[in-house]
Design a protein. Structure first.
Length: 581
């Protein structure tokens, strides 16, 4: 049984393919289209399905659309009992609820054309596919036979957590901006059954509040929240009381969020690109504190309600690795697992996993046949594909005899490389497949990498460390393969890896073992042999405004249009003249 999951409603359009409980492939559409987050700025093009990601998933499995049994779309417009049948001529506000306010509480607050696109997505998949993909989607006269499922947005987030986590029984917490009408969901997955125990509905949303502050601070409100998280480390809790007036925990697993009125509370908004002041740092810090306090209260209530030892999390707010670390260190759960594609892209995976699971449950099979111990689910280009492109593009290269050893020599000489190996990561984090790597030993490396990627100066860069050495370098370090938790850098190690030590003494750590990515692990081991340091700087292989590279062409273009010193792509090395530091 093949089940295809699709996310296309807001941002981060993606597809995932599950075969009898096992994930075959998953990818964001941005990697193919080069449109960051797969959507232009609002209004989002909700009608546009992730055709290229779907095509990749089918190719990876060696099947066509006619072979797919179920398609799961991670949004359910039928949850709106008053969904209007007449569509407006244009989309007005598909990103947010319509300004139209009805006295009828059953009437949908969403723009009707936005909903109609979702309701008609099934037809769009076949009739609206780009011409170059139609032959693959429907060929040989075989008509698609799939059953269509609308899976509600938060259930898709929830399933992406509890059906992929390494626990048989787990509490579940999902938080994002908005779904059909829900912003936060708490539940439990026990003995193969999922039960929700509490939900928070619009307009009360921690995700939307964080977006509003992101916009107020002069960043893109639907994609730059991680910048505010980084900014918070430079601030003090000067405005915590003001944010506590906005967010109120209700002592029952829910909260309210009042209209923030940010200009009224904090003065004029920062213009995009304008100077950052201590005032801005303190706003970001105070917001972060109240987010963490509220999440901690939700976790405590959920733990008391369920009595479970483990917590699985998803939703865009779960990408806040500082909050995750506080839940880990001060929360009641023994262990926490966060879906690496916690944002909306992961709902494609969750919808597919849930629909597959439900079909198997009907036949008495409640088994979970897969859990997510790595995120390498995207496209892979073989050695021949890479070399053919290098020859075609007349790119000078040489083959490496020992990839790990020779690359470690380059890194130990303080050069910065693009690293392109194996299958692409699913989710927003570069995890050693499409990465920029560097030595963490030089204190100036963080600034140098931000210059290479044209990023803001305050942005930290993250370390990857050999799993067995993590606790030697980071306080109480645990297995963290998805770079979704921060750890304190050990005091005696800060001077040895200054490039990855943030201003607050923390680092957003990725651990790796050899079974997850053998070559990546071997590179760390080789670097350790040369320097005594089992740590590298790992940041995403892209430049400003671009998604992470996907194809060999993407990698070579990014290399030649940025100040990288070298590119290790498969077994091949490309170097720039005078590229030595």
């Amino acid at each position: 049984m093949y089940t295809l999951g699709i996310n296309a409603v807001y941002h981060d359009s993606a597809a995932a393919l599950v075969h009898d409980g096992v994930v075959i492939a998953a990818a964001e559409d941005e990697r193919f289209t080069h449109v960051k987050h797969a959507k232009r700025p609002v209004p989002f093009s909700t009608w546009q399905l992730p055709f290229d990601a779907i095509d990749y998933c089918l190719k990876e499995a060696g099947i066509e659309l006619a072979d797919v049994d179920h398609i799961a779309y991670s949004y359910d417009p039928h949850l709106f009992s008053g969904m209007p049948k007449q569509a407006k001529a244009t989309i007005t506000l598909p990103f947010m609820p319509s300004e139209h306010v009805s006295s009828n509480p059953s009437e949908s607050p969403w723009d009707p054309l936005f909903l109609s696109y979702i309701a008609n997505a099934r037809g769009q998949l076949i009739d609206g596919a780009p011409h170059h993909l139609k032959k693959r989607f429907v060929s040989g006269g075989r008509a698609p036979r799939f059953e269509w499922h609308n899976v509600d947005h938060h259930l898709s987030h929830e399933a992406s957590a509890f059906l992929a986590a390494p626990y048989e029984n787990t509490a579940v917490l999902t938080m994002d901006g908005r779904g059909e009408g829900v912003t936060t969901s708490l539940g439990q997955f026990v003995d193969g059954e999922y039960q929700r125990v509490k939900q928070v509905e619009l307009p009360h949303s921690l995700g939307l509040l964080y977006e509003a502050v992101t916009d107020y601070l002069g960043f893109l409100h639907s994609s730059d929240e991680y910048k505010v998280m980084a900014l918070a480390s430079f601030g003090k809790p000067a405005y915590v009381d003001q944010f506590r007036e906005i967010v109120k925990y209700r002592n029952d697993g829910s909260y309210t969020v009042d209209a923030p009125r940010l200009v009224e509370r904090f003065g004029p908004r920062r213009e995009r690109g304008g100077p950052l002041t201590q005032h801005h740092y303190d706003i970001a810090h105070s917001l972060q504190v109240v987010l963490e306090e509220t999440a901690l209260e939700l976790a405590r209530w959920l733990h008391e309600r369920t009595g479970l030892k483990h917590l699985a999390m998803a939703g865009g707010v779960a990408l806040n690795c500082v909050m995750n670390a506080r839940l880990r260190d001060r929360g009641p759960f023994e262990d926490i697992w966060v879906q690496p594609a916690a944002g909306d892209a992961g709902t494609a995976l969750g919808a597919a996993l849930w629909t597959d699971y439900q079909q198997r449950v009907k036949e008495g099979d409640k088994s979970r046949r897969w859990h997510m111990n790595h995120a390498y689910l995207g496209p892979c280009y073989g050695e021949k594909d890479i070399e053919d492109f290098l020859k075609w593009s007349k790119t000078p290269y040489r083959r490496l005899n020992d990839i790990a050893a020779e690359t470690a020599d380059i890194l130990a000489s303080n050069r910065v490389i693009g690293w392109y190996q194996g299958r692409t990561e699913f989710g927003p984090r570069a995890l050693g497949a499409r990465s920029i790597l560097a030595s963490p030993i030089d204190p100036s490396m963080q600034a140098r990498l931000n210059e290479i990627k044209d990023r803001e100066d305050f942005r930290p860069v993250a370390p990857v460390v050999m799993e067995e050495h993590a606790a030697d370098w980071f306080v109480d370090a645990r297995v963290a393969p998805f770079m979704l938790f921060v750890f304190d850098v050990r005091e005696d190690m800060k001077a040895r890896i200054p490039a990855v030590t943030h201003i607050d003494g923390t680092a957003r750590v990725q651990t790796v073992n050899r079974s997850q990515h053998p070559l990546y692990y071997d590179l760390l081991a080789a670097f350790k042999a040369r320097t005594g340091v089992p740590v590298l700087v790992n940041t995403s292989f892209n430049t400003r405004g671009e998604p992470m590279v996907n194809s060999p062409r993407d990698a070579v273009e990014s290399f030649w249009t940025s100040p990288l010193d070298a590119l290790v792509i498969g077994p091949f090395l490309i170097e720039k003249p005078g590229g030595h530091a």
